[in-house]
Design a protein around this ligand. Structure first.
Ligand SMILES: [Zn+2]
Ligand SMILES: [Zn+2]
Length: 361
């Protein structure tokens, strides 16, 4: 076992669009926490907005801050409390490879008690025990991160750290597919073929969907088609809704997983879902959206919104490990942490077909 150094390199946000690599004290694990050496951390769609200061006083609550939450790494130290339990200490022994999760509920509110910890009622109150790593608590753009073991899932042996860093996107997708009750024989529509959309397609197929249609455009749609989805290119098809209806015998799909968060995609999603079908809202609109409530009511749709990835880490990773779901082609680029600016630009501008960009601290 190598000695944990007293300081570590971290990407520190000093303020909006102002970041630098700095030496910080290495954090120490307490209570239910372990210290992990971060091996891979992917850029989330939210990260560029946090860096740009789009959520003042909220994400992060104050500067300086260390963000980043889509990570995988190795346990290097357990808290004294964890060591007291032989069972827990064995599961998270030094050297255990884990994938991180951003949300850790307070554990004592009604939502946490019933498993809905991504909508913890004590959100942002660190004193309650709540953590949102990389948002309201220190994150993983650093050599080390302290995390609750509740937010660290052991990686199956055949998965790499890079694959583990895809868990956030994959887990959100699986949560959406589970919320949408996708089952054997279903026809599913995915709108928006970004990382969450690609994983939504793959987890729908792994759940037994007979047909998965993806509406999108460009290289991301081409990739979904290459992986076996039925593509509908909205730049080439005159009426995407008519095309989806044609593909489903005029009925519409059983479940739509909306991953774009745009007005146009939400309109298509409502129009393409069959009467009494399920509509999963996995995209997070940043603009003001008009919800077509009348058609939704007349079709008696079940609307299911998605906040992050509760309780999906183990099955999401297991399906990757089995080969039913793959990160190939979704993780496209890798950079060392000190090239964060380059990595961020690659991600934001989708340079060279960038989808998920991973940093190695
Ligand atoms: Zn994320
Ligand atoms: Zn809670």
């Amino acid at each position: 076992m190598t000695e944990v150094p007293s300081t570590m390199k971290a990407l520190v946000l000093n303020g909006p669009n102002d970041f630098e690599i700095k030496e910080l004290p290495t954090p120490r694990p307490r209570g239910d926490e372990v210290l992990c050496r971060v091996k891979a951390v992917a850029i989330c769609g939210t990260d560029p907005k946090i860096v740009a200061g789009k959520f003042p006083g909220f994400w992060p609550p104050s500067f300086p801050a260390v963000i980043g939450h889509e990570w995988a790494g190795e346990v290097v130290e357990l808290s004294e409390d964890l060591k007291a339990s032989a069972k827990v200490a064995a599961k998270y022994a030094v050297g255990t490879r884990v994938a991180g999760e951003a949300h850790k509920g307070c554990g004592i509110c009604l939502n946490c008690m019933t498993g809905h910890y991504t909508v913890c009622l004590n959100y942002g109150d660190n004193a309650s025990g709540h953590r949102h790593y990389g948002f309201t608590s220190p994150g993983a753009y650093a050599e080390y991160i302290v995390t609750s073991v509740k937010s660290a899932t052991p990686l199956p042996e055949n998965l790499t750290y890079h694959q583990g860093a895809m868990l956030d996107s994959a887990g959100v997708a699986l949560h959406g597919v589970q919320r949408g009750r996708v089952t054997t024989g279903d026809a599913v529509l995915v709108t928006g073929p970004g990382a969450v959309g690609q994983f939504s397609f793959q987890y729908s197929r792994a759940s037994g969907a007979r047909l998965v249609i993806v509406i999108g455009r460009g290289p991301r749609l081409e990739f979904a088609a290459k992986m076996g989805a039925v593509p509908v290119d909205y730049e080439k098809v005159e009426d995407p809704v008519a095309r989806v209806m044609e593909l489903t015998g005029g009925v519409g799909v059983d479940c739509t997983v909306e991953c774009a968060g745009t007005q146009q995609a939400i309109d298509w999603a409502v129009a393409c879902t069959r009467k009494a079908g399920r509509l999963v809202m996995a995209g997070l609109p940043t603009d003001k959206i008009t919800i077509p409530w009348g058609p939704m009511t007349l079709a008696e749709l079940d609307i299911l919104s998605v906040r992050a990835n509760p309780n999906t880490a183990a099955p999401a990773l297991a399906l990757m490990a089995s080969g039913a779901v793959t990160t190939d082609g979704i993780h496209t680029h890798t950079f060392p942490l000190d090239q964060f600016a380059e990595a961020l630009a690659t991600f934001v501008e989708r340079r060279d077909g960038a989808m998920k960009v991973v940093l190695e601290p």
